[in-house]
Design a binder for this molecule. Structure first.
Ligand code: ACO
Length: 370
């Protein structure tokens, strides 16, 4: 076991690591994050290779030999289409209950409709449900009715169709597919860990992935991309970049879209997403501005935090991709959940095979009875 940097040793000799840095609690065949080299490997494939695959192909890769049956890309696409139709029917009656909730809270509520007793193909149901629910929630926030899925389409194409009400161009579908693949799995991040802890109690797949969503929604994890756009808008113009960023750091604020627990070099997902957004029409001005903000932010972070290498993380270019394909920023975390559902479900299936309850210990530092 690596000894974590900020670990504390108790008089009894046990190691306390408050953020679990460097603590290895699971073996996985699913993904490997090499924070020093800036590499992400999913079941033997570099992220750069996978960025051209469809989301369904990556699901087939992640679920292989873990799910009850191995399905290829085309079979998964067909089954997800059918499951989206079922998810739509299930959702309709519950929509009035979403009143007053944020978009991610609304997704949490709709996922809670899925019964843990339904265990057949539950991984497919979970993956299929998120785009249906997330698109309906985003439309509802604009006062629009939900759009029925089209079972013939792939996940990314139908997600955009259900959001906009009409099919979108191939370039936007490709960009969203790249996004879903890029965030599909990423080692034992906070939400995946939460998911595996719940799975280890045998609570059921839907309960496990709802736990993952709850962990994802925080701004230190999957809640950052909306605030990235808020930051770009608030900066507004090139001559305000330096003063705005300096003032934020003076106030002790964190710059959204920068820094990572594992990566000490650039997050490889940032470049995959930058390429995806660069392939879209009419994004040139926004990207050029974002790149200038990124450059100045990295220079300032290097100056202010010389001991801590802080680089661009996945959330910075996530914000630009999702904005370019038309998602409202309040829905970004739900779109992240749509992609990460691949990893969460695969980790539940893997954890089920391990079969060991995850139960660490705490060190008591309170008073003893007298
Ligand atoms: N802006 C400014 N300073 C930062 C940032 C940032 N984005 N990130 C870390 N730091 C600083 C901290 O203030 C701290 O400085 P100090 O030692 O002087 O107090 C130092 O770097 C180390 O910070 P930690 O909190 O120990 O780093 P940790 O590994 O816990 O943080 C995290 C990782 C949470 C992602 C952090 O970098 C952050 O808050 N980033 C902004 C939010 C964000 O982009 N979240 C998305 C992450 S990607 C994902 O989850 C999908």
């Amino acid at each position: 076991m690596n000894i974590p940097l900020k670990s504390l040793e108790s008089p009894a000799g046990d190691i306390v690591s408050p953020g679990l840095e460097g603590v290895v609690v699971a073996e996985t065949v699913l993904s490997h994050v090499d924070g020093a080299a800036g590499r992400l490997i999913l079941r033997g494939h570099e992220l750069e290779q996978l960025a051209g695959w469809s989301y369904e192909a990556v699901l087939s890769l992640l679920w292989r030999d873990l799910a009850a049956e191995n399905l290829d890309e085309a079979e998964i696409r067909a089954r997800l289409g059918a499951a989206r139709m079922a998810a739509f029917e299930r959702m309709t009656a519950a929509l009035p209950a979403l009143q007053g909730l944020t978009q991610v809270e609304a997704l949490r509520l709709l996922l809670s409709l899925l019964p843990d007793t339904e265990t057949e193909r539950h991984h497919l149901v979970a993956v299929a449900s998120v785009p249906v629910f997330a698109a309906a929630i985003a439309r509802r926030s604009r006062g629009l009715d939900p759009v029925r899925p089209d079972a013939r389409l792939g996940s990314a194409a139908d997600f955009l169709r259900m959001l906009h009400g009409v099919e979108q161009g191939a370039d936007k579908v490709r960009a969203l597919d790249t996004y879903l693949v890029t965030v599909a799995d990423h080692g034992l991040n906070a939400s995946t860990f939460a998911t595996r802890v719940i799975a280890s109690t045998q609570a059921g797949l839907f309960s496990s992935v709802i736990g993952g969503l709850c962990a994802l929604k925080g701004p230190l994890h999957g809640g950052a991309p909306g605030p990235v756009l808020d930051m770009l808008d608030s900066i507004g113009a090139e001559d305000n970049i330096q003063p705005w960023l300096s003032a934020a750091l003076d106030r002790g604020e964190r710059l959204m879209g920068f820094g990572h627990r594992i990566y000490r070099v650039r997050d490889p997902r940032a470049d995959a997403l930058k390429r995806a957004v660069a392939g879209l029409r009419d994004t040139g001005g926004r990207i050029a501005f974002a790149e200038t903000v990124e450059r100045e932010a990295l220079a300032l972070l290097a100056e202010r935090k010389p001991l801590r290498p802080l680089q661009t993380n996945v959330e910075f270019y996530t914000a630009l991709v999702l904005e370019a394909v038309g998602f409202p920023r309040e829905s970004f975390t739900n779109v992240f959940a749509a992609g990460r559902m691949a990893g969460w479900t695969a980790h539940v299936l893997e954890q089920d095979r391990v079969g060991r309850l995850i139960r660490p210990q705490s060190r008591y530092v309170g008073p003893m009875p007298v």
